[in-house]
Write a protein that binds this ligand. Sequence first.
Ligand SMILES: Nc1ncnc2c1ncn2[C@@H]1O[C@H](COP(=O)(O)OP(=O)(O)OP(=O)(O)O)[C@@H](O)[C@H]1O
Ligand SMILES: [Mg+2]
Length: 352
Amino acid sequence: MADGAMKSPLVQVRGLKMHFPIHAGLLRRKVGAVKAVDGVSFDIFEGETLGLVGESGCGKSTVGRALLRLYELTEGSVVIDGEDIATLAPDALRKKRPTMQMVFQDPQASLNPRMTVAAIIGEPLDEHTGWDAAKKTARVYELMDQVGLNRRFANRYPHEFSGGQRQRIGIARALALNPKFIVCDEPIAALDVSIQAQVVNLLEDLQDRLGLTYLFISHDLSMVRHIADRVAVMYLGQIAELSPREALYARPLHPYAEALLSAVPEPDPTMESRRQRIILKGDVPSPANPPKGCNFCTRCPKVMAVCREVEPRLAEVEPGRFVACHLFDNNAGGQASPGAEVREHNQQGEQR
Ligand SMILES: Nc1ncnc2c1ncn2[C@@H]1O[C@H](COP(=O)(O)OP(=O)(O)OP(=O)(O)O)[C@@H](O)[C@H]1O
Ligand SMILES: [Mg+2]
């Protein structure tokens, strides 16, 4: 989808927290919590690809899984197509499941080795439709065509395929029930570089044809630049910046986004010769014990006194650009915008 041509949000996340309890001692008492996701708010527009990037352990997969309610959320709401899936009762959630699916990183691990390709792709149809065998087979063939798998392979087993083909099987299964929203969690990270572009092209092609909306989680900042319309940069369980792709890569606003993106090679040789890599000092703090104030204050090259005291809110500092950083406090005057709601959910820091 073209930048800027935003439709209505299909996914609205507000104040999402996902804390995993830490138990210790003989009695397994709860002694703390890993704050894997600690208050994130964002929208994903219909037909859009939102990229989600950040260092290992910053909470990307946890966000993806929480959005599909593969976890019980600690706090917050996730409205998908008008329904808050955080509070749906089991029956309603089951009915909702077909509309939201996941494509996993490791197709090897996510496909049952004892099932044929046809059985794997058709499994969601067994669970959610009462179709007879002929109708199911027809749909399985249609799905195999859509993802570029030869129908002749329908009765083979996953181990007979290459990594790229296995990922196609995973994608076909995710598409079986006509989902609207797909979380792609590092869908190409386990594939050979030569195969990665093919799978990404397939995902883009399917998006165009089927009108899909993606959350695309990846370490690969160059690939995200290629596929995403907008990009959210996460650090230690929170969103540091969420901006349209071009604006973010050309001029990241949040100091963490700036450091992260400084590692990405520039396609333009003159820009590349001017690129300066920002190396951050120190380690990422533990998500069980994040710093007071801004969670990036212990490593930020531009840290100020206020950063160690007050948690910055994610606010719209330029049209369409959301940043959680005190450097931009003056710009974030209270204009009414989609960000207004986002701001409300990030104010705990100021109330402390
Ligand atoms: N089920 C769980 N129980 C306890 N802690 C968890 C659980 N799942 C994730 N975590 C912790 O939550 C934090 C975020 O993990 P998550 O897997 O979401 O990160 P990520 O950004 O996807 O990392 P990667 O890039 O390595 O995939 C990590 O500190 C992780 O150890
Ligand atoms: Mg992950």
